[in-house]
Write a protein that binds this ligand. Structure first.
Ligand code: HEC
Ligand code: HEC
Length: 456
C-alpha cells in the first residue's frame, strides 16, 4: 500500500513536470493526441506498470475507492473455508482477475492446467435451441456458456482443454518478402470421457487489456449509436445485449463481440464464472459442479463495484515518439490505407460523476462497432446480434507497450498474431482492401506503419 501511494505521488510529480516542460495550456491539451486518455486520464509512464496507474484529478475519496478496488482486482482466491479470500470454485478458470489480466494487460494465449489456471477463456453455446435470455446464445446442457477447465480438490472440471498452433501455408508481401501466419486449434475433451453435444459452437478468447475503461464508458451512448449510420467510415453494427442488472436489452460495449454492457457486469460475470464466486450482480453460477447451486453469496456487490471502479479509474499511457519522421509517415499511411474507417482515433466523453472522466478528448482508435472480418478470423459463434464473423473494433491505445507489459503477449481475439504485422495480415472481410494496401507497401512504409502503432 505504502509503495503504491509513493508510486502515485511519483507519477503525479512526473505529470506536473511534463506539463510545465511542454508549456501545455488547457487549450492545446484539449485535443492533443499525446494525451491519449485526455487531460485527466493520461499518464506519462512507459514502463511495465503503464497500465496500472490511476487517472489524475481523483478526489481523496475516489483515490481511496480506487486503492480498495485494486485490492479486489489483485486478490487470489482459495478454497473455502479460509480466513482470507475464500470461495474459489468449485469450478473456475483462474484464481484472480490479475491471474489473466497480467499487469492490467491482455495476458498470454495459453490454456490448460498451470499452477494457477488458464488465461484464455473458451466460450461455448449450441447452434439452435432455447436462449437463456432474449436474443442471447443457447446454453450447452450441463455446461452453460463457458468451459471451466479448473476445479478445486474433489471436483471435476468441465473439460480438458489444450491449444496447439497450426502454421498456415507461406504467403508473401507484394515485394516478395515471405510470411507465415498461425491459427489456433482447440482440443476439448469432456472430463468424464463422454462426448460434447454435436454441433457445439466454441470460441477461444485472449484477455483484453483493462485500463481506460471508465473513459470508454463515459462516451455518451447516443454518440456510439450515431456512429452506426455515420457516413465516410466503414459501416459497422451495434450489438444490443441483455443486461443482467437492468433486466432489459441495452447497448453492448465491452468484450470482443461487444456483448457486455458495462464494466460492473463484466466484473460480476468474471467473479461468478472465471473464479467461481457466487454473487448478486451475476447470479448464474458454475454449471456442471456437483453440489448445491444455491450457495451463499461469496463476494459482495461492493467488492465487485470496487474492482470495477478500479478499472474505470485506470489511466491510459501517453503516446511516445510522436514527432519521429517514421512515426509521422506511419500515421499518414494509417489514414491513407483506411484503417481509421474502423480504428476511429478521437472521441469525447460526456458528463460523469468522477471529474477526471468527464468531458475528456480521448484517442482510443475504435469505432466501438462490429465488423465482418472474414472467414479466417471467424469463430462462427454468434453472440446476441454479433454474427460468427463479426468482431468489435478493439482499441489501439497503449498497444505499443504490449510487449513491455508482457513479452509473451500476442494479438487478436485468440492471440494468434505473434506481432502487430501478423495482426494486420489477418484482417479480411470489410478490412480486406486495407490489408491488401498494407501488403502492397514497400518495406520502409510497412515498418513506418508498425512504428506508428508502437507509438500508441
Ligand atoms: C481466466 C481468465 C480471466 C479472468 C480470471 C478474468 N478475466 Fe477478464 N477477460 C478475460 C477474457 C478472455 C476477456 C475477453 C472476453 C471476450 O472475448 O469477450 C476478458 C475481458 C474483460 C473485460 C472487458 C474489457 C474490454 O475492454 O472489453 C473486463 C472489464 C474484465 N475482463 C474484467 C475482469 C475482472 C474485474 C476480473 C476479476 C473479477 C476478470 N476480468 C477476470 C479473461 C479473464
Ligand atoms: C473493417 C474494420 C477494420 C479496419 C478497416 C481495420 N481494422 Fe484493425 N481490427 C479490426 C477488428 C474488428 C479487429 C479485431 C479482430 C480480431 O480480434 O479477430 C482488429 C484488430 C487490429 C489489431 C490488433 C489489436 C489487438 O489488440 O490485438 C491491430 C494492430 C489493427 N487492427 C490494426 C489495423 C491497421 C493497421 C489497419 C489498416 C491497415 C486496420 N487495423 C484496419 C477492425 C478493423
Amino acid at each position: 500500500m505504502i509503495n503504491r501511494i509513493f508510486y502515485i505521488l511519483l507519477i503525479s510529480q512526473l505529470w506536473a513536470c511534463n506539463k510545465s516542460q511542454s508549456g501545455e495550456d488547457d487549450q492545446s491539451t484539449e485535443s492533443n493526441p499525446e494525451f491519449m486518455g485526455g487531460k485527466s486520464g493520461t499518464i506519462f509512464d512507459a514502463s511495465s506498470n503503464a497500465y496500472k496507474a490511476p487517472i489524475n484529478d481523483l478526489s481523496e475519496d475516489d483515490m481511496a475507492k480506487h486503492l480498495v478496488g485494486d485490492g479486489f482486482f489483485e486478490s487470489r482466491f482459495v478454497t473455502s473455508p479460509a480466513v482470507v479470500n475464500p470461495g474459489l470454485g468449485p469450478l473456475f478458470n483462474n484464481t484472480g482477475c490479475d491471474g489473466c489480466h497480467q499487469k492490467e494487460g491482455r495476458g498470454k494465449p495459453m490454456v490448460g492446467r498451470g499452477p494457477q489456471g488458464s488465461q484464455m477463456l473458451v466460450f461455448v453455446s449450441m447452434p439452435t435451441g432455447e436462449p437463456e435470455v432474449p436474443g442471447g446464445p443457447v446454453p450447452v446442457p450441463g455446461i452453460g456458456f463457458q468451459i471451466l477447465d479448473q476445479a478445486v480438490f474433489g471436483q471435476t472440471p468441465n473439460a480438458v482443454v489444450s491449444l496447439t498452433w497450426e502454421e498456415q501455408p507461406e504467403q508473401t508481401f507484394e515485394d516478395g518478402a515471405p510470411y507465415t501466419l498461425r491459427k489456433p486449434k482447440l482440443n476439448l475433451t469432456l472430463a468424464d470421457g463422454s462426448a460434447f453435444p454435436s454441433g457445439m459452437l466454441q470460441s477461444v478468447r485472449q484477455p483484453l487489456p483493462v485500463f481506460g475503461l471508465g473513459l470508454l464508458e463515459a462516451i455518451p451512448e447516443a454518440d456510439i449509436i450515431a456512429n452506426e449510420s455515420a457516413t465516410g467510415k466503414v459501416p459497422g453494427r451495434l450489438n444490443w445485449v441483455w443486461s443482467v442488472t437492468e433486466n432489459s436489452k441495452v447497448l453492448g460495449r465491452f468484450g470482443r463481440k461487444a456483448s457486455i454492457p458495462s464494466v460492473v457486469e463484466q466484473a460480476g460475470k468474471a467473479f461468478a464464472l472465471d473464479i467461481g464466486l457466487v454473487n448478486e450482480v451475476f447470479k448464474e453460477i458454475a454449471q456442471g459442479a456437483t453440489g448445491p447451486n444455491d450457495e451463499p453469496i461469496e463476494i459482495s456487490k461492493e467488492a465487485i463495484e470496487g474492482a470495477a471502479f478500479y478499472l474505470q479509474t485506470l489511466a491510459v499511457p501517453a503516446r511516445r515518439n510522436m514527432k519521429d519522421t517514421d512515426v509521422l509517415r506511419g500515421e499518414a499511411l494509417f489514414t491513407e490505407l483506411g484503417c481509421v474507417g474502423c480504428h476511429q482515433p478521437q472521441w469525447k466523453t460526456g458528463d460523469h460523476s468522477v471529474k477526471g472522466l468527464a468531458n475528456q478528448v480521448i484517442f482510443p482508435y475504435s469505432d466501438f462497432l462490429l465488423h465482418d472480418m472474414g472467414d479466417g478470423l471467424a469463430d462462427n459463434r454468434p453472440d446476441f446480434e454479433a454474427t460468427g464473423k463479426e468482431w468489435r473494433t478493439p482499441t489501439l491505445w497503449g498497444i505499443g507497450l504490449t510487449e513491455t507489459i508482457l513479452p509473451q503477449a500476442s494479438y487478436l481475439h485468440d492471440g494468434r498474431a505473434r506481432s502487430l504485422t501478423e495482426a494486420i495480415l489477418w484482417h479480411s472481410g470489410q478490412a480486406e482492401a486495407m490489408k491488401e494496401g498494407f501488403r502492397g507497401l514497400p518495406v520502409t512504409d510497412r515498418d513506418a506503419l508498425i512504428k506508428f502503432l508502437r507509438s500508441l
